[in-house]
Design a protein around this ligand. Structure first.
Ligand code: PLP
Length: 364
């Protein structure tokens, strides 16, 4: 098999998705599957649907268009506010878009009229994380104008927390979203189908037994792919954290000093790394680098330590010895490492059902 590669265990992803879908269903909450960290690969998208997510969402129109071409059969939402320059594509390929700017909704309305289609919108409300969202004071006015736009349907409200500033979902902000949903329904005599409370950072709140109020949807990516909630990165009970594994190949393995020599200045990335002198050790170079992955987001298998990295090389050492040229070393990835590896054209993606870990040569 080619290296480097991501080994993606669809069985584990299925299990993770099914588990959160079932647990949230008991709280009256549906799950919109978000596989944007995996470029919304159609393999993963299909698996999420088989596992019971109600629909799919992505931040990028390109990923949604790719899922359409792959005939992924479900409702799809653009969960980032559309670029006005992409309004036509958004109406053509998505069922719902999440919006915060009335100018964009007006353009969506125009494009929808031209295409003789209806387009649904969810309006996002700012509740403290200071990323996207309409300020609560302006919500009634924005809803009023939205309701008057031809070919636009107001599907619901949403919010997003814990992404830019780390503002955590709690009874106060979730209660505020419920209250706003009720206010909009009462003011305009309408009913909102979707009240989408947030992302993987909302799971602790959702599982805590708190009153979920009007919240009936969460948009989940990281928790399904990596098995962790997104506030403290705690493992979610019963979920796999190793559904996705990175494998890289050793291209050099030699005993070298731990300390560089010569006149030391900045390295390729503007850093002057300081290293503790541990004498001579075996260092192995893997054919993968900063272009392919965020090295700080990698957890190597037991006994392996990452020493350094540059664009195309990752330098490791092993306390158990034995790396040989051609050996493969495995890593678990955090969200940031996963994003970059998934996006690198140099990293192969290999899908499997059920773990094949035992077939790989491991050093630990
Ligand atoms: C990425 C994203 C999500 C999913 O977030 P995870 O932390 O991966 O669950 C949900 N909503 C919005 C608006 C997003 O951009």
């Amino acid at each position: 098999m080619s290296a480097p590669r991501l080994e993606i265990d669809l069985g584990k992803i299925h299990h993770n998705a099914r588990t959160v879908v079932d647990r949230l269903a008991k709280r009256g909450i549906s799950v919109t599957g978000v596989a944007k960290a995996a470029l919304s690969s159609s393999e993963i998208a299909h698996e999420l649907l088989l596992a019971g997510v109600s629909d799919l969402g992505d931040s990028r129109i390109e990923n949604i268009e790719a899922m359409r071409r792959a005939d992924v059969p479900t409702r799809m939402s653009l969960i980032r506010s559309p670029m006005i320059s992409q309004a036509k594509r958004v109406v053509a390929s998505t069922d719902i878009s999440f919006n915060t700017e009335i100018a964009v909704v007006r353009r969506l309305s125009l494009e929808a009229q031209k295409m003789d289609r209806m387009h649904a919108v969810v309006l996002m409300v700012e509740l403290g994380d200071l990323r996207e969202g309409i300020m609560p004071d302006h919500l009634v006015a924005t809803v009023r104008e939205t309701l008057g736009l031809p070919n636009i349907v107001l599907k619901g409200l949403g919010t997003n927390l814990a992404c830019r500033s780390g503002a955590s979902p709690d009874d106060t902000n979730m209660g505020e979203l419920s209250r706003l949903a009720e206010l909009i329904e009462a003011t305009f005599d309408i009913s909102l189908e979707i009240v989408s409370g947030g992302n993987s950072a909302n799971l602790q709140w959702a599982f805590s037994g708190a009153d979920t109020g009007r919240i009936n949807n969460l948009r989940l990516g990281e928790s399904i792919l990596l098995g962790r909630e997104a506030l403290q990165r705690h493992v979610i009970d019963g979920l796999h954290t190793d559904a996705i594994t990175l494998v890289a190949e050793v291209i050099e393995s030699k005993i070298k000093p731990t300390q560089p020599w010569g006149n030391l200045a900045e390295n390729a990335f503007g850093k002057c790394p300081v290293v503790k002198d541990r004498g001579a050790i075996r260092q192995s170079i893997l054919a993968i680098g900063i272009q392919d992955v965020d090295p700080s987001g990698l957890s190597p298998s037991k006994g392996i330590e990452i020493l350094g990295s540059s664009s195309d090389h990752l330098v490791v050492t092993s306390s158990v010895g034995g790396e040989a040229v051609g050996d493969e070393i495995m890593f678990q990835l955090n969200y940031s490492a996963l994003l970059r590896a998934m996006t690198s054209p140099f990293v192969a993606k290999s899908y499997e059902w059920g773990s094949k870990v035992s077939k790989l040569r491991q050093i630990a």
